[in-house]
Design a protein around this ligand. Structure first.
Ligand SMILES: NC(=O)C1=CN([C@@H]2O[C@H](COP(=O)(O)OP(=O)(O)OC[C@H]3O[C@@H](n4cnc5c(N)ncnc54)[C@H](O)[C@@H]3O)[C@@H](O)[C@H]2O)C=CC1
Ligand SMILES: O=P(O)(O)OC[C@H]1O[C@](O)(CO)[C@@H](O)[C@@H]1O
Length: 385
């Protein structure tokens, strides 16, 4: 079986490529990083180590790579694949769409074999978003045919893989835990299941539980940690004040999730507990600037902060701790993060209130908007005191 995976980065090599290879796929990575591409081509394998006491390592064999700029080769690989996956970042999906569309055209001109395309990004409806980008490159006739023979099931992926600092650029250290959930209802019959993937009929509870817990809690630790001058999540989580605030934000999203999905409250508490332990994993060094990266995306209406805050508000709750986390995100001014730079210059140009509405979609007269502003002022005072 052949899989084409877009993005040979941390999640691509350390999670998706590893699981696909274990399931018997020959994995062809597509990336625009020349070093990664040529090393994968030369060696045909790489190593993955687990961040635990034993540091167990696995060799992922039978892999190759294509440069993403070579559209013809990308299209050919997609045309001959049994599965396409991505882990490039949700904002990059539009850039890989043309190669996938060309591959679908080639494939459909000679075969009706089904193709599943799964975006493994931190986003709600990642594969659905990719489908829209891909379809924008297809004719009406091709779209109808693609509707029959290609599927874009949405997915939720969870495994913490920090930025890597090894002598070998292909080696990757990952946390032992992983969860990959795929929406079975969006799939075509006859698909060979990937080992280690959990297939579900209704993805929304899984993706919201993961996004509103792992990702909300993690970015809260990152933004508060950044404000207090910590370099890593591990340092931030050693601070009792920050851990308490991360726990409070997760109690808030937990109350929402338990209400919305009737989750068992004790089970959800255990889930939160486990996630706080994962953040503290002493065998990982995860930088606050990675976990806080792209604050505009993280402050957008459908992401890990605004979406749970507005849903909680609709259910009669006051999302005070989520508002504080958003305030901390608004103060993330890391100069090497292009979105942080844009965010800060927009706040300067528009003023804080209008910038909050601009990025979060929360109107100025909404009570949550007022809460965010209050927390920005409080956090600024704390930082300067
Ligand atoms: N690192 C983590 O712990 C987790 C990350 N994710 C998600 O996985 C996705 C990837 O994240 P990471 O692996 O951390 O990022 P990364 O930066 O390590 O990997 C992204 C890769 O995509 C490549 N890329 C960029 N533009 C491309 C293009 N046009 N064509 C082909 N490849 C391209 C980059 O060169 C890079 O190798 C993101 O959506 C992230 O939110 C999800 C769960 C965990
Ligand atoms: O990859 P993003 O969306 O920028 O956010 C980083 C998040 O992704 C993860 O890497 C994995 O879910 C978390 O560590 C973190 O919450």
């Amino acid at each position: 079986m052949r899989a084409v995976h877009f993005g040979a980065g941390n999640i691509g090599r350390g999670f998706i490529g590893l699981l696909l290879s274990r399931s018997g796929y020959e994995v062809c990575f597509v990336d625009v990083n020349d070093t990664l591409v040529s090393l994968l081509q030369q060696r045909g394998e790489y190593t993955v180590a687990l961040a635990n006491e034993a540091q167990e390592a696995a060799v992922v064999r039978g892999v190759t790579a294509i440069n993403g700029k070579d559209l013809e080769r990308v299209a050919e690989a997609v045309a001959n694949a049994d599965l396409v996956t991505t882990a490039v970042g949700v904002s990059i999906l539009k850039h890989i769409a043309e190669g996938i569309a060309k591959g679908i055209e080639q494939r459909l001109s000679r075969s009706n074999a089904p193709l599943h395309i799964i975006a493994c990004e931190n986003a709600i409806g990642g594969s659905t978003q990719l489908k829209e980008h891909v379809y924008s490159h297809l004719s009406g006739e091709m779209r109808s045919k693609a509707d029959q023979y290609t599927a874009f099931p949405d997915a939720a992926v969870d495994r913490i893989v920090p930025i890597q600092h090894h002598e070998d650029p292909l080696h990757v250290t990952v946390e032992p835990f992983y969860e990959w959930v795929v929406d079975r209802s969006g799939m075509i019959e006859g698909f060979t299941e990937i080992q280690g993937v959990h297939y579900v009929d209704e993805l929304t509870p899984y993706i919201e539980r993961k996004l509103f817990t792992v990702n909300t809690g993690h970015c809260c630790a990152a933004y508060l940690g950044y404000l207090q001058g910590f370099q890593t999540i591990q340092e931030a989580m050693a601070d009792q004040g920050i851990t308490a605030q991360v726990r409070q934000v997760l109690e808030e999203t937990g109350e929402l999730l338990v209400k919305k999905y009737a989750f068992d409250s004790q089970e959800h508490k255990n889930y939160i507990h486990k996630i706080l332990d994962r953040f503290r994993n002493p065998y990982l060094t995860d930088e606050v600037i990675r976990v806080g990266r792209s604050p505009i995306r993280k402050l957008s209406p459908n992401d890990r902060l605004v979406r749970p805050a507005l849903q909680a508000f609709e259910l009669g709750m006051t999302p005070n701790h989520l508002a504080r986390a958003m305030a901390a995100a608004l103060l993330f001014d890391h100069t090497e993060d292009p979105e942080a730079v844009e965010l800060q210059s927009t706040i300067q140009a528009m003023g804080l209130g209008r910038a909050v509405t601009h990025y979060t979609g929360i109107p100025e007269n909404h009570p949550v908007h007022g809460l965010i502003l209050e927390h920005v002022h409080q956090l600024k005072q704390q930082v300067h005191s």
